[in-house]
Design a binder for this molecule. Sequence first.
Ligand code: URA
Length: 211
Amino acid sequence: MTAQLTVISHPLILHKLTLMRKADTSTAKFRTLLKEIGMLLAYEVTRDLPVKYETIQTPMAEMSAPVLAAEKKLVIISIMRAGQGILDGMLELIPSARVGHIGLYRDPNTLVVIEYYFKVPQDIEERDVLVVDPMMATGNSAVAAVQRLKETNPRSIKFVCLLAAPEGIEHFHEQHPDVPVYTAAIDERLDEHGYIIPGLGDAGDRLYGTK
Ligand code: URA
């Protein structure tokens, strides 16, 4: 199976991402930008959603018009806590989507991922999943989250991030070649602490102003 990687290099996304990267961008601005990019990413990753036709009445005539066939069948799974920023944007565009949360943190010494929270819709087997996390660094969180989600047997899974490191993408593709990855940019490398270089710092801290 060929692993799928889509770089969504839309000029609006790239511009907003550059603003997010700047060290002097405020917490409030960072949050707004991530939400806006979340909307734009949602637009791109839902291109293949099926539509169905229903008969409607315009002021001029009756017509058969397309509507989403599966709007209520999507689940957006946020990897806490930074995933929340993308989730908020996606929900603006797809308000009927269901939402799940996975709480993971990286042990700062070993970089091993530890799960502390897991809550997803009960009927996930009938749903298509978008897993969101702004940063795919080592890929350990993404791999662990998708591994855990596969146990719940959803209809399909896509992984959506903002920035990825080549190391993370490679690791993820090795472990989950069946799961398409969408990212706005691929950066140079990881540093010795597992941070993306040049990156944008700690997405959670920048989103919530905790540092
Ligand atoms: N998580 C972040 O928030 N930033 C990084 O650079 C890597 C992981």
